[in-house]
Structure formats: structure tokens, C-alpha cells
Write a protein that binds this ligand. Structure first.
Ligand code: NAD
Length: 233
């Protein structure tokens, strides 16, 4: 049987690259109210402010580099099929070299149309800024290619299928408090080998049958990957 490793990453995956998580102390939500910058209503009310928030995030992400955990996951591709499902809107998995990355909540390097068929009409942003003057070829204003609170998560079903078919499932750096994404931990088969790597792994509720590794991504991923490679070699 082909080994299928699914990595489900959250904001903690990129913490050692210097990108803030949302909920930790000193996290992003301490400086912003989500209703002002990460909802469709916020976009309708003050698109300039929303663009400015994501322009700042994009600039920081462009200046950041993948960390050792991103690179360690790429190594796994030598031993098995590897699918990343990330809640992150940064592109650090791709820049580390991972081949298969599904962005559940979008990718900040892209913009999408705010008109109909949003999911089909998206565009790589040249440079680091999106402004309210930027429009798609059909004339609709471009918005950041991110899934905001209260919006449908279009890739959820595809992600659930990947998790369901996985032989190994590794959750890295997610508080598992954002839904529906957090439901993915319930989609594995009983036979799947499962880990959760997070400094607060013991505090995270919900998943049963997971080996909890209470470490930062860099050290935790390295340990789990060694274990998997040894078992597959
Ligand atoms: P979260 O902020 O709710 O949880 C982050 C988790 O990371 C916490 O459990 C924390 O203990 C853990 N963590 C902190 N430092 C870590 C480290 N060095 N190594 C491993 N884990 C560490 O994040 P979430 O569960 O991903 O959900 C919040 C939403 O925030 C997601 O939808 C995501 O799109 C968005 N987000 C993305 C980014 C990004 O793109 N890099 C950054 C912030 C938030």
C-alpha cells in the first residue's frame, strides 16, 4: 500500500519564521479586531483598511523565510506521497519546496475577484500591494485571496478526502479552534498514525488517538519525521 502522509499546518508552523500566530499572547488579534479586517462586512465597509492589513502581512511574509520544519517536511517526499493542507495564508511551504500544498484559507500572494465565480478568478499579485483601484478583467474589484470569517471554505471537501485516505497524519501548530478546518482531525481512519506537534499540545482539546508532542515545530517535526522515515525504510 502506498504511504500517504498528510500534514495539517496552522499558524504555529510559521512562528519560527517570525510570523505571528493569531491566538498566542502577543498574537495578531491583540492588535486588531477581526470584525474590522477579516470579514466580508469589513471589506464592504472599509476596503482600504482591509487591504492595508493584508498588505502589511504580505510584506512581512515576503521578507520571511521557511524554517527548519518546512524544510524537514519536504524531505518526506523521498519516502511517501506527501500532501500539505495548510490553514496558513503564507507561501512558506511552497518556498521550502513542498510539491503538493492545499491552502484551506487562501494564499496572500494572490488576489481574487469580488464578483461572481470568485474561486475561479484569482491572480498572482505583482509586488506586495493590493489597492482598491485594482480590478479583475471583468471590472470587479480585486480582494485578498483569503477566506474570511463567516465565509464558505471551498477546499474543505477535498481536504477531508486527503485526510481520510492518509496513512500518517501530522497536525503542526494549530490551536484547532477555527472551524470547519478543525473538523479535519475527525476525518482520519482508525488505522492512520496521528501526531499533534504544538508547545500547547496537551491543552488542545478534541483529538483522540493522537500522539501529542509538546514542542515547537522545528524540534517536534524533526523527531516525528525521523520516526516515520525509520518505520518506512
Ligand atoms: P492559532 O493562532 O489559533 O494557533 C496557533 C498554534 O500554534 C497555538 O496552538 C500555539 O500553541 C502554536 N504555536 C505557537 N508557536 C509555535 C511553534 N513555534 N511551533 C509550533 N506551534 C506553535 O492558529 P491556527 O490554528 O492556524 O488558526 C488561526 C487562523 O489563523 C488560521 O485560519 C490561519 O489562516 C490564520 N493565520 C495564518 C498565519 C500564517 O499564514 N502564517 C498567521 C496567523 C494566523
Amino acid at each position: 500500500m502506498t504511504n500517504k502522509i498528510v500534514v495539517f499546518s496552522g499558524a504555529g508552523m510559521s512562528a519560527e519564521s517570525g510570523i505571528k500566530t493569531f491566538r498566542d499572547s502577543n498574537g495578531l488579534w491583540e492588535d486588531y479586531n477581526i470584525h474590522d479586517i477579516a470579514t466580508p462586512e469589513a471589506w464592504g465597509k472599509n476596503s482600504d483598511l482591509v487591504n492595508e492589513f493584508y498588505n502589511q502581512r504580505r510584506k512581512q511574509i515576503i521578507q520571511s523565510q521557511p524554517n527548519s520544519a518546512h524544510y524537514a517536511i519536504v524531505e518526506l517526499e523521498k519516502y511517501a506521497d506527501v500532501q500539505i493542507i495548510t490553514q496558513n495564508i503564507d507561501d512558506l511551504h511552497e518556498r521550502a519546496g513542498s510539491s503538493n500544498v492545499l491552502h484551506l484559507h487562501g494564499n496572500i500572494r494572490y488576489a481574487k475577484s469580488s464578483g461572481p465565480n470568485q474561486e475561479k478568478n484569482y491572480y498572482r499579485i505583482n509586488g506586495d500591494e493590493l489597492t482598491i483601484k485594482d480590478v479583475c478583467p471583468e471590472g470587479f474589484r480585486l480582494r485578498p485571496h483569503v477566506v474570511w470569517f463567516g465565509e464558505h471554505v471551498p477546499m474543505m471537501e477535498t481536504a477531508a478526502c486527503y485526510v481520510n485516505e492518509s496513512t500518517h497524519f501530522i497536525v503542526i501548530g494549530s490551536s484547532l479552534q477555527v472551524y470547519p478546518a478543525a473538523n479535519l482531525v475527525l476525518c482520519c481512519s482508525e488505522k492512520t498514525k496521528k501526531w499533534i506537534i504544538d508547545p500547547k499540545a496537551e491543552e488542545i482539546s478534541n483529538p483522540s488517538g493522537f500522539t501529542r508532542i509538546s514542542e515547537k515545530a522545528g524540534d517536534g517535526v524533526s523527531a516525528v519525521i525521523k520516526e516515520i522515515i525509520t518505520s518506512l525504510s
